[in-house]
Design a protein around this ligand. Structure first.
Ligand code: ADP
Ligand code: ZN
Ligand code: MG
Length: 490
Protein backbone atom coordinates (compact mmCIF):
# COMPACT_ATOMS: atom_id res chain seq x y z
CA UNK A 1 0.00 0.00 0.00
CA UNK A 2 1.22 3.45 -0.86
CA UNK A 3 1.02 5.92 2.02
CA UNK A 4 2.27 8.93 0.10
CA UNK A 5 0.06 9.85 -2.79
CA UNK A 6 -1.33 12.88 -4.53
CA UNK A 7 -4.18 12.90 -2.01
CA UNK A 8 -1.79 13.75 0.82
CA UNK A 9 1.09 15.38 -1.09
CA UNK A 10 1.25 18.11 -3.70
CA UNK A 11 3.81 18.75 -6.41
CA UNK A 12 5.46 22.18 -6.55
CA UNK A 13 7.22 23.36 -9.71
CA UNK A 14 9.00 26.59 -10.66
CA UNK A 15 10.37 27.07 -14.17
CA UNK A 16 13.37 29.00 -15.46
CA UNK A 17 13.20 29.74 -19.18
CA UNK A 18 16.06 31.08 -21.26
CA UNK A 19 15.22 32.54 -24.64
CA UNK A 20 17.46 34.08 -27.31
CA UNK A 21 16.38 37.50 -28.53
CA UNK A 22 15.81 38.28 -32.21
CA UNK A 23 18.19 41.24 -32.42
CA UNK A 24 20.36 42.06 -35.43
CA UNK A 25 23.56 42.09 -33.40
CA UNK A 26 24.93 40.52 -30.23
CA UNK A 27 24.49 41.79 -26.67
CA UNK A 28 27.77 43.61 -26.15
CA UNK A 29 29.44 43.82 -29.59
CA UNK A 30 28.53 44.53 -33.22
CA UNK A 31 28.76 40.90 -34.42
CA UNK A 32 25.71 39.58 -36.28
CA UNK A 33 23.23 37.53 -34.26
CA UNK A 34 22.72 34.93 -36.93
CA UNK A 35 21.85 31.37 -35.87
CA UNK A 36 22.83 28.88 -38.54
CA UNK A 37 25.84 30.88 -39.82
CA UNK A 38 29.08 28.98 -40.51
CA UNK A 39 30.77 28.13 -37.17
CA UNK A 40 32.97 30.89 -35.72
CA UNK A 41 32.15 33.31 -38.54
CA UNK A 42 30.54 35.96 -36.30
CA UNK A 43 33.23 36.68 -33.73
CA UNK A 44 35.30 39.65 -32.56
CA UNK A 45 37.63 40.52 -29.62
CA UNK A 46 34.63 41.33 -27.35
CA UNK A 47 32.72 38.05 -27.76
CA UNK A 48 35.98 36.08 -27.86
CA UNK A 49 36.75 37.61 -24.45
CA UNK A 50 40.16 38.98 -25.48
CA UNK A 51 41.84 41.09 -22.79
CA UNK A 52 41.40 44.83 -23.21
CA UNK A 53 38.18 44.64 -25.23
CA UNK A 54 35.19 46.54 -23.83
CA UNK A 55 31.45 45.69 -24.01
CA UNK A 56 28.72 48.12 -25.15
CA UNK A 57 25.05 47.51 -24.21
CA UNK A 58 22.72 46.63 -27.09
CA UNK A 59 19.82 49.08 -26.66
CA UNK A 60 17.35 46.96 -28.65
CA UNK A 61 17.97 44.00 -26.32
CA UNK A 62 17.10 46.16 -23.30
CA UNK A 63 13.93 47.33 -25.07
CA UNK A 64 12.88 43.76 -25.95
CA UNK A 65 13.46 42.61 -22.35
CA UNK A 66 11.29 45.44 -21.03
CA UNK A 67 8.65 44.67 -23.68
CA UNK A 68 8.64 41.04 -22.51
CA UNK A 69 8.37 42.15 -18.88
CA UNK A 70 5.37 44.34 -19.71
CA UNK A 71 3.66 41.55 -21.66
CA UNK A 72 4.12 39.33 -18.58
CA UNK A 73 2.46 41.97 -16.34
CA UNK A 74 5.73 42.83 -14.58
CA UNK A 75 6.86 46.18 -13.28
CA UNK A 76 9.91 47.64 -14.99
CA UNK A 77 12.62 48.67 -12.56
CA UNK A 78 13.89 52.24 -12.63
CA UNK A 79 17.36 51.10 -11.64
CA UNK A 80 18.93 48.12 -13.36
CA UNK A 81 22.47 46.86 -13.57
CA UNK A 82 24.65 44.08 -15.01
CA UNK A 83 26.70 41.73 -12.86
CA UNK A 84 29.50 39.29 -13.50
CA UNK A 85 28.72 35.65 -12.88
CA UNK A 86 32.05 33.90 -12.56
CA UNK A 87 32.61 30.28 -13.42
CA UNK A 88 34.97 28.17 -15.41
CA UNK A 89 33.78 26.17 -18.39
CA UNK A 90 34.96 25.81 -22.02
CA UNK A 91 31.80 27.47 -23.39
CA UNK A 92 32.56 30.68 -21.49
CA UNK A 93 35.11 32.78 -23.33
CA UNK A 94 35.81 35.41 -20.65
CA UNK A 95 35.68 33.16 -17.61
CA UNK A 96 32.53 35.00 -16.55
CA UNK A 97 29.10 35.68 -17.98
CA UNK A 98 27.63 39.18 -17.96
CA UNK A 99 24.20 38.70 -16.38
CA UNK A 100 21.87 40.46 -13.93
CA UNK A 101 21.61 39.39 -10.32
CA UNK A 102 20.27 41.89 -7.81
CA UNK A 103 18.74 44.36 -10.23
CA UNK A 104 16.87 42.63 -13.06
CA UNK A 105 15.00 44.72 -15.64
CA UNK A 106 11.53 43.39 -14.73
CA UNK A 107 9.89 41.82 -11.67
CA UNK A 108 6.61 40.60 -10.16
CA UNK A 109 4.36 39.65 -13.04
CA UNK A 110 2.12 36.74 -13.97
CA UNK A 111 0.87 34.57 -16.83
CA UNK A 112 -2.66 33.25 -16.93
CA UNK A 113 -3.22 29.64 -17.94
CA UNK A 114 -6.44 27.69 -18.27
CA UNK A 115 -6.50 24.19 -16.88
CA UNK A 116 -9.58 21.92 -16.63
CA UNK A 117 -11.74 24.95 -17.40
CA UNK A 118 -10.16 26.89 -14.51
CA UNK A 119 -8.15 30.04 -15.02
CA UNK A 120 -5.03 30.21 -12.93
CA UNK A 121 -2.20 32.70 -12.55
CA UNK A 122 1.42 31.63 -12.43
CA UNK A 123 3.60 34.32 -10.90
CA UNK A 124 6.66 35.65 -12.72
CA UNK A 125 9.41 36.41 -10.24
CA UNK A 126 11.80 38.20 -12.59
CA UNK A 127 12.91 38.77 -16.18
CA UNK A 128 16.58 39.55 -16.65
CA UNK A 129 18.99 40.08 -19.51
CA UNK A 130 22.28 38.28 -20.04
CA UNK A 131 24.51 36.88 -22.77
CA UNK A 132 24.47 33.37 -24.19
CA UNK A 133 27.53 31.12 -24.04
CA UNK A 134 29.41 29.47 -26.91
CA UNK A 135 27.98 26.25 -28.24
CA UNK A 136 29.77 22.99 -27.52
CA UNK A 137 29.37 19.91 -29.67
CA UNK A 138 30.64 16.68 -28.19
CA UNK A 139 31.99 14.01 -30.54
CA UNK A 140 33.82 10.72 -30.50
CA UNK A 141 36.84 10.34 -32.74
CA UNK A 142 36.07 7.23 -34.82
CA UNK A 143 39.77 6.38 -35.21
CA UNK A 144 40.80 6.48 -31.56
CA UNK A 145 37.42 6.22 -29.82
CA UNK A 146 38.37 9.30 -27.78
CA UNK A 147 35.79 11.98 -27.04
CA UNK A 148 36.47 15.58 -28.10
CA UNK A 149 34.47 18.81 -28.19
CA UNK A 150 34.00 21.53 -30.79
CA UNK A 151 33.41 25.15 -29.80
CA UNK A 152 31.28 27.54 -31.90
CA UNK A 153 31.68 31.08 -30.59
CA UNK A 154 28.92 32.48 -32.83
CA UNK A 155 26.44 31.93 -30.02
CA UNK A 156 28.66 33.57 -27.37
CA UNK A 157 27.29 37.01 -26.59
CA UNK A 158 23.88 36.48 -28.20
CA UNK A 159 21.28 38.36 -26.08
CA UNK A 160 19.46 35.96 -23.79
CA UNK A 161 16.67 36.65 -21.35
CA UNK A 162 15.84 34.53 -18.35
CA UNK A 163 12.24 34.34 -17.18
CA UNK A 164 11.86 32.90 -13.68
CA UNK A 165 8.44 31.76 -12.45
CA UNK A 166 7.22 31.55 -8.88
CA UNK A 167 6.74 27.99 -7.58
CA UNK A 168 3.05 28.20 -8.52
CA UNK A 169 2.83 25.18 -10.83
CA UNK A 170 1.44 21.91 -9.50
CA UNK A 171 1.55 19.37 -12.33
CA UNK A 172 3.43 18.48 -15.48
CA UNK A 173 0.36 19.45 -17.49
CA UNK A 174 0.23 22.93 -15.92
CA UNK A 175 3.94 23.32 -16.67
CA UNK A 176 3.27 22.43 -20.30
CA UNK A 177 0.44 24.97 -20.53
CA UNK A 178 2.60 27.67 -18.92
CA UNK A 179 5.42 27.04 -21.40
CA UNK A 180 3.06 27.03 -24.41
CA UNK A 181 1.52 30.32 -23.32
CA UNK A 182 4.90 31.90 -22.59
CA UNK A 183 6.30 30.82 -25.93
CA UNK A 184 3.24 32.09 -27.74
CA UNK A 185 3.60 35.50 -26.02
CA UNK A 186 7.28 35.71 -27.00
CA UNK A 187 6.41 34.89 -30.60
CA UNK A 188 3.62 37.49 -30.70
CA UNK A 189 6.08 40.07 -29.39
CA UNK A 190 8.58 39.14 -32.09
CA UNK A 191 11.11 38.75 -29.26
CA UNK A 192 12.09 35.14 -29.96
CA UNK A 193 11.44 32.31 -32.41
CA UNK A 194 10.58 30.15 -29.39
CA UNK A 195 12.11 27.18 -31.15
CA UNK A 196 12.96 24.62 -28.48
CA UNK A 197 14.59 22.01 -30.72
CA UNK A 198 17.06 24.64 -32.00
CA UNK A 199 17.77 25.80 -28.46
CA UNK A 200 16.29 29.30 -28.86
CA UNK A 201 13.87 28.48 -26.01
CA UNK A 202 15.24 26.38 -23.15
CA UNK A 203 13.71 25.34 -19.86
CA UNK A 204 15.10 24.19 -16.51
CA UNK A 205 12.62 22.95 -13.93
CA UNK A 206 12.69 23.07 -10.13
CA UNK A 207 10.61 20.35 -8.53
CA UNK A 208 9.65 19.54 -4.96
CA UNK A 209 6.80 17.85 -3.12
CA UNK A 210 5.20 18.68 0.23
CA UNK A 211 2.28 17.56 2.39
CA UNK A 212 -0.89 19.31 1.27
CA UNK A 213 -1.56 22.29 3.53
CA UNK A 214 2.09 22.70 4.51
CA UNK A 215 3.23 26.34 4.47
CA UNK A 216 6.87 25.54 3.75
CA UNK A 217 8.33 24.45 0.46
CA UNK A 218 9.94 21.03 0.21
CA UNK A 219 13.56 20.44 -0.78
CA UNK A 220 13.89 21.16 -4.47
CA UNK A 221 15.63 19.32 -7.26
CA UNK A 222 16.67 21.21 -10.38
CA UNK A 223 16.10 19.25 -13.59
CA UNK A 224 18.05 20.17 -16.74
CA UNK A 225 18.63 18.91 -20.26
CA UNK A 226 15.07 18.81 -21.63
CA UNK A 227 14.95 19.61 -25.34
CA UNK A 228 11.24 19.57 -26.15
CA UNK A 229 7.87 20.25 -24.56
CA UNK A 230 7.34 16.53 -24.42
CA UNK A 231 10.65 16.04 -22.63
CA UNK A 232 9.71 18.65 -20.00
CA UNK A 233 6.39 16.91 -19.46
CA UNK A 234 7.91 13.46 -19.13
CA UNK A 235 10.77 14.65 -16.91
CA UNK A 236 8.40 16.41 -14.51
CA UNK A 237 6.09 13.40 -14.27
CA UNK A 238 9.05 11.16 -13.60
CA UNK A 239 10.77 13.44 -11.09
CA UNK A 240 7.64 14.07 -9.00
CA UNK A 241 6.96 10.34 -8.89
CA UNK A 242 10.57 9.63 -7.90
CA UNK A 243 10.40 12.08 -4.98
CA UNK A 244 7.05 10.74 -3.75
CA UNK A 245 8.42 7.19 -3.89
CA UNK A 246 11.51 8.24 -1.85
CA UNK A 247 9.33 9.79 0.84
CA UNK A 248 7.14 6.72 0.77
CA UNK A 249 10.21 4.60 1.59
CA UNK A 250 10.92 6.87 4.52
CA UNK A 251 13.83 8.61 2.79
CA UNK A 252 14.18 12.33 2.28
CA UNK A 253 14.74 14.21 -0.98
CA UNK A 254 18.29 15.44 -1.53
CA UNK A 255 18.83 18.95 -2.89
CA UNK A 256 20.64 18.43 -6.17
CA UNK A 257 20.76 19.02 -9.90
CA UNK A 258 19.59 16.13 -12.07
CA UNK A 259 19.74 15.68 -15.84
CA UNK A 260 16.88 14.27 -17.92
CA UNK A 261 17.91 11.26 -19.96
CA UNK A 262 15.65 11.15 -22.98
CA UNK A 263 16.57 7.56 -23.96
CA UNK A 264 16.14 6.09 -20.51
CA UNK A 265 13.17 8.24 -19.52
CA UNK A 266 14.66 9.02 -16.10
CA UNK A 267 16.50 11.85 -14.31
CA UNK A 268 20.08 11.21 -13.24
CA UNK A 269 22.00 12.96 -10.45
CA UNK A 270 24.58 15.46 -11.78
CA UNK A 271 25.69 17.33 -8.70
CA UNK A 272 24.62 17.76 -5.09
CA UNK A 273 24.52 20.86 -2.91
CA UNK A 274 28.06 20.25 -1.63
CA UNK A 275 29.34 20.81 -5.15
CA UNK A 276 27.02 23.70 -6.01
CA UNK A 277 28.93 26.54 -7.62
CA UNK A 278 29.69 29.81 -5.97
CA UNK A 279 29.42 32.35 -8.77
CA UNK A 280 31.00 35.27 -6.86
CA UNK A 281 28.65 37.80 -8.45
CA UNK A 282 29.81 41.42 -8.46
CA UNK A 283 28.75 44.54 -10.40
CA UNK A 284 30.13 44.61 -13.97
CA UNK A 285 32.71 47.39 -13.83
CA UNK A 286 32.86 47.92 -17.61
CA UNK A 287 29.16 48.83 -17.98
CA UNK A 288 27.12 51.68 -16.51
CA UNK A 289 23.90 50.95 -14.57
CA UNK A 290 20.77 51.90 -16.52
CA UNK A 291 18.01 54.27 -15.43
CA UNK A 292 14.79 53.11 -17.06
CA UNK A 293 12.52 56.11 -16.53
CA UNK A 294 8.71 55.78 -16.40
CA UNK A 295 8.57 57.87 -19.61
CA UNK A 296 10.88 55.41 -21.37
CA UNK A 297 8.80 52.46 -20.12
CA UNK A 298 5.60 54.17 -21.29
CA UNK A 299 7.06 54.41 -24.80
CA UNK A 300 7.94 50.70 -24.76
CA UNK A 301 4.43 49.87 -23.55
CA UNK A 302 3.04 51.50 -26.69
CA UNK A 303 4.86 48.85 -28.75
CA UNK A 304 2.86 46.02 -27.14
CA UNK A 305 0.80 44.17 -29.77
CA UNK A 306 -2.47 42.38 -29.05
CA UNK A 307 -1.41 39.33 -27.03
CA UNK A 308 -2.57 35.71 -27.50
CA UNK A 309 -5.11 35.69 -24.65
CA UNK A 310 -6.78 38.89 -25.86
CA UNK A 311 -6.83 37.70 -29.44
CA UNK A 312 -8.29 34.35 -28.39
CA UNK A 313 -11.17 36.11 -26.61
CA UNK A 314 -11.73 38.42 -29.57
CA UNK A 315 -11.89 35.45 -31.98
CA UNK A 316 -14.73 34.02 -29.88
CA UNK A 317 -16.60 37.34 -29.56
CA UNK A 318 -16.08 38.76 -33.03
CA UNK A 319 -16.17 35.64 -35.20
CA UNK A 320 -18.32 33.33 -33.08
CA UNK A 321 -15.65 30.62 -32.97
CA UNK A 322 -15.60 27.94 -30.28
CA UNK A 323 -12.97 28.51 -27.57
CA UNK A 324 -11.21 25.42 -28.88
CA UNK A 325 -10.97 26.72 -32.47
CA UNK A 326 -9.98 30.16 -31.19
CA UNK A 327 -7.15 28.56 -29.26
CA UNK A 328 -5.90 26.58 -32.26
CA UNK A 329 -6.08 29.60 -34.55
CA UNK A 330 -4.30 32.03 -32.20
CA UNK A 331 -1.51 29.73 -30.99
CA UNK A 332 0.85 31.52 -33.35
CA UNK A 333 0.59 35.06 -34.61
CA UNK A 334 1.14 33.91 -38.19
CA UNK A 335 -1.82 31.51 -37.96
CA UNK A 336 -4.09 34.18 -36.47
CA UNK A 337 -3.05 36.67 -39.18
CA UNK A 338 -3.71 34.06 -41.87
CA UNK A 339 -7.21 33.47 -40.49
CA UNK A 340 -8.12 37.15 -40.30
CA UNK A 341 -6.80 37.90 -43.77
CA UNK A 342 -8.82 35.02 -45.25
CA UNK A 343 -11.98 36.15 -43.45
CA UNK A 344 -11.52 39.66 -44.86
CA UNK A 345 -11.76 38.12 -48.34
CA UNK A 346 -14.39 35.48 -47.60
CA UNK A 347 -16.66 36.55 -44.79
CA UNK A 348 -17.64 33.15 -43.35
CA UNK A 349 -15.41 32.75 -40.27
CA UNK A 350 -16.70 29.31 -39.27
CA UNK A 351 -16.04 27.90 -42.77
CA UNK A 352 -12.56 29.43 -42.86
CA UNK A 353 -11.83 28.02 -39.38
CA UNK A 354 -12.94 24.53 -40.45
CA UNK A 355 -10.75 24.54 -43.54
CA UNK A 356 -7.74 25.83 -41.64
CA UNK A 357 -7.97 23.48 -38.64
CA UNK A 358 -8.90 20.57 -40.93
CA UNK A 359 -7.28 20.47 -44.35
CA UNK A 360 -4.60 23.14 -43.95
CA UNK A 361 -3.26 21.94 -40.58
CA UNK A 362 -3.36 18.34 -41.77
CA UNK A 363 -1.21 19.10 -44.81
CA UNK A 364 1.14 21.39 -42.85
CA UNK A 365 1.65 18.66 -40.25
CA UNK A 366 2.25 16.00 -42.85
CA UNK A 367 4.83 18.14 -44.64
CA UNK A 368 6.44 19.53 -41.49
CA UNK A 369 5.95 23.08 -42.75
CA UNK A 370 4.98 26.20 -40.81
CA UNK A 371 2.02 28.25 -42.01
CA UNK A 372 4.44 30.98 -43.16
CA UNK A 373 5.68 28.66 -45.91
CA UNK A 374 2.27 27.41 -47.04
CA UNK A 375 1.90 27.61 -50.82
CA UNK A 376 -1.79 28.33 -50.33
CA UNK A 377 -2.04 31.96 -49.25
CA UNK A 378 -5.11 33.58 -47.64
CA UNK A 379 -6.31 34.89 -51.04
CA UNK A 380 -5.79 31.37 -52.44
CA UNK A 381 -7.94 29.75 -49.76
CA UNK A 382 -10.57 32.49 -50.06
CA UNK A 383 -10.91 31.97 -53.82
CA UNK A 384 -11.31 28.22 -53.34
CA UNK A 385 -14.05 28.78 -50.76
CA UNK A 386 -15.81 31.13 -53.21
CA UNK A 387 -15.81 28.43 -55.88
CA UNK A 388 -17.57 26.06 -53.45
CA UNK A 389 -19.98 28.77 -52.41
CA UNK A 390 -20.95 29.55 -56.03
CA UNK A 391 -21.48 25.85 -56.73
CA UNK A 392 -18.63 25.72 -59.23
CA UNK A 393 -17.09 22.74 -57.44
CA UNK A 394 -18.35 20.25 -54.89
CA UNK A 395 -16.90 20.12 -51.38
CA UNK A 396 -15.51 16.68 -52.14
CA UNK A 397 -13.70 17.98 -55.22
CA UNK A 398 -12.55 21.07 -53.30
CA UNK A 399 -10.50 18.91 -50.95
CA UNK A 400 -8.58 17.47 -53.90
CA UNK A 401 -8.18 20.94 -55.38
CA UNK A 402 -6.86 22.25 -52.07
CA UNK A 403 -4.35 19.44 -51.76
CA UNK A 404 -2.98 20.13 -55.24
CA UNK A 405 -2.85 23.89 -54.58
CA UNK A 406 -0.89 23.08 -51.42
CA UNK A 407 1.58 20.85 -53.28
CA UNK A 408 2.10 22.92 -56.43
CA UNK A 409 1.15 26.50 -55.57
CA UNK A 410 -1.33 26.69 -58.47
CA UNK A 411 -4.46 28.82 -58.06
CA UNK A 412 -7.86 27.26 -57.35
CA UNK A 413 -9.09 28.07 -60.87
CA UNK A 414 -6.01 26.57 -62.50
CA UNK A 415 -6.44 23.30 -60.62
CA UNK A 416 -10.19 23.12 -61.29
CA UNK A 417 -9.53 23.51 -65.04
CA UNK A 418 -6.57 21.14 -65.07
CA UNK A 419 -8.50 18.38 -63.28
CA UNK A 420 -11.75 19.08 -65.15
CA UNK A 421 -13.60 19.38 -61.86
CA UNK A 422 -15.96 22.19 -62.71
CA UNK A 423 -19.31 21.07 -61.33
CA UNK A 424 -22.20 20.69 -63.77
CA UNK A 425 -25.12 22.74 -62.47
CA UNK A 426 -26.77 23.39 -65.81
CA UNK A 427 -30.07 21.46 -65.91
CA UNK A 428 -30.00 21.03 -69.67
CA UNK A 429 -26.62 19.29 -69.45
CA UNK A 430 -27.88 16.89 -66.78
CA UNK A 431 -31.30 15.97 -68.18
CA UNK A 432 -30.26 13.03 -70.28
CA UNK A 433 -28.33 11.49 -67.38
CA UNK A 434 -31.42 11.84 -65.22
CA UNK A 435 -33.57 10.16 -67.88
CA UNK A 436 -31.05 7.36 -68.21
CA UNK A 437 -31.05 6.73 -64.47
CA UNK A 438 -34.84 6.55 -64.44
CA UNK A 439 -34.99 4.26 -67.45
CA UNK A 440 -32.43 1.78 -66.17
CA UNK A 441 -33.69 1.54 -62.57
CA UNK A 442 -37.43 0.76 -62.75
CA UNK A 443 -37.33 -0.92 -59.33
CA UNK A 444 -36.11 2.24 -57.61
CA UNK A 445 -38.65 4.33 -59.46
CA UNK A 446 -41.37 2.01 -58.23
CA UNK A 447 -40.02 2.16 -54.66
CA UNK A 448 -39.94 5.93 -54.76
CA UNK A 449 -43.51 6.10 -55.92
CA UNK A 450 -44.47 3.64 -53.21
CA UNK A 451 -43.21 6.20 -50.73
CA UNK A 452 -39.66 4.98 -50.10
CA UNK A 453 -37.76 8.24 -50.04
CA UNK A 454 -34.35 6.50 -49.82
CA UNK A 455 -34.85 5.33 -53.40
CA UNK A 456 -34.34 8.91 -54.52
CA UNK A 457 -30.92 8.95 -52.91
CA UNK A 458 -29.98 5.85 -54.88
CA UNK A 459 -31.03 7.50 -58.15
CA UNK A 460 -29.08 10.67 -57.32
CA UNK A 461 -26.09 8.42 -56.71
CA UNK A 462 -26.51 6.81 -60.16
CA UNK A 463 -26.48 10.22 -61.85
CA UNK A 464 -23.45 11.34 -59.82
CA UNK A 465 -21.63 8.18 -60.87
CA UNK A 466 -22.52 8.65 -64.53
CA UNK A 467 -21.24 12.24 -64.39
CA UNK A 468 -18.05 11.05 -62.70
CA UNK A 469 -18.81 13.14 -59.65
CA UNK A 470 -19.18 16.40 -61.50
CA UNK A 471 -22.95 16.80 -61.36
CA UNK A 472 -24.25 19.26 -58.79
CA UNK A 473 -26.15 16.94 -56.41
CA UNK A 474 -28.70 19.58 -55.44
CA UNK A 475 -29.63 20.19 -59.08
CA UNK A 476 -29.78 16.44 -59.80
CA UNK A 477 -32.01 15.98 -56.81
CA UNK A 478 -34.56 18.55 -57.92
CA UNK A 479 -34.48 17.38 -61.55
CA UNK A 480 -35.20 13.80 -60.47
CA UNK A 481 -38.06 14.83 -58.22
CA UNK A 482 -39.61 16.99 -60.90
CA UNK A 483 -39.36 14.18 -63.45
CA UNK A 484 -40.69 11.41 -61.19
CA UNK A 485 -43.50 13.48 -59.74
CA UNK A 486 -44.57 14.65 -63.23
CA UNK A 487 -44.58 11.07 -64.60
CA UNK A 488 -46.70 10.01 -61.68
CA UNK A 489 -49.35 12.61 -62.51
CA UNK A 490 -49.54 11.40 -66.13
P1 ADP B 1 18.08 29.24 -6.60
O1 ADP B 1 18.60 30.18 -5.57
O2 ADP B 1 18.45 27.83 -6.41
O3 ADP B 1 18.30 29.74 -8.01
P2 ADP B 1 15.50 30.41 -6.51
O4 ADP B 1 14.86 30.65 -5.21
O5 ADP B 1 16.17 31.56 -7.20
O6 ADP B 1 16.49 29.22 -6.39
O7 ADP B 1 14.41 29.83 -7.48
C1 ADP B 1 14.72 29.36 -8.75
C2 ADP B 1 13.47 28.71 -9.32
O8 ADP B 1 13.09 27.61 -8.50
C3 ADP B 1 12.25 29.60 -9.37
O9 ADP B 1 11.55 29.32 -10.56
C4 ADP B 1 11.43 29.18 -8.17
O10 ADP B 1 10.05 29.34 -8.41
C5 ADP B 1 11.76 27.72 -8.08
N1 ADP B 1 11.70 27.18 -6.72
C6 ADP B 1 12.29 27.70 -5.62
N2 ADP B 1 12.06 26.89 -4.56
C7 ADP B 1 11.33 25.83 -5.01
C8 ADP B 1 10.81 24.65 -4.40
N3 ADP B 1 10.98 24.37 -3.13
N4 ADP B 1 10.11 23.81 -5.19
C9 ADP B 1 9.93 24.04 -6.49
N5 ADP B 1 10.40 25.13 -7.11
C10 ADP B 1 11.11 26.02 -6.39
ZN1 ZN C 1 31.59 39.97 -31.28
MG1 MG D 1 18.10 31.73 -8.66
Amino acid sequence: MKAVSLETYEIVIGLEVHTELLTNTKMFCGCANQPGAAPNSNVCPVCLGLPGSLPVINQRAVELTALTGLALNCSIEEFTRFDRKNYFYPDLMKGYQISQYQYPIARNGWIEIEHDGQRQRVGIRRVHLEEDTAKLTHRIDPATGRPYSLVDVNRAGVPLIEIVSEPDIHSAEQARLYLMELRSILQYLGVSTGNMEEGAFRCDANVSVRPIGSAELGVKVEVKNMNSFRAVFRALEYEAERQLAAIDRGESVTQETRGWSEDRGITVSQRTKEYAEDYRYFPEPDLPPLALTPQWTARIRMQLPELPSARRRRFVDQYGLSPYDAELLTASRATADYFEETVRLFDRPKTVANWMTGELFRLLNASGLGIESSKVSPPGLASLLKLIDEGTISIRAAKDVFERMFQTGESANQVVEALGLRQISDAAALEHLVDQAIASNPKSVEDYRAGKVQALGFLVGQVMKASRGKANPAVVNSLLRARLDAQQRD
